[in-house]
Design a protein around this ligand. Structure first.
Ligand SMILES: [Zn+2]
Length: 64
């Protein structure tokens, strides 16, 4: 279980932290309040996770 924060509406919620293909990367959890998947885990590694998340979003955004 992990604490997630919705970057869309700011809602914080507890969700099952599902590991993606047995890596340390967490799948985005849909926000229970607004349904957005623009959420991210809040943890000791939140800053690092956010950085990786934003980098991956950027790479997808520019088509890599
Ligand atoms: Zn939300």
């Amino acid at each position: 279980m992990a604490l997630f924060k919705c970057t869309q509406c700011g809602e914080k919620f507890i969700a099952l932290d599902i590991e993606y293909c047995a890596t340390a990367f967490s799948m985005p959890q849909p926000c229970p309040k607004c349904g957005s998947i623009r959420t991210r885990p809040v943890s000791l590694f939140g800053k690092l996770t956010e950085g990786i998340y934003r980098l991956s979003r950027f790479l997808v955004g520019i088509g890599i």
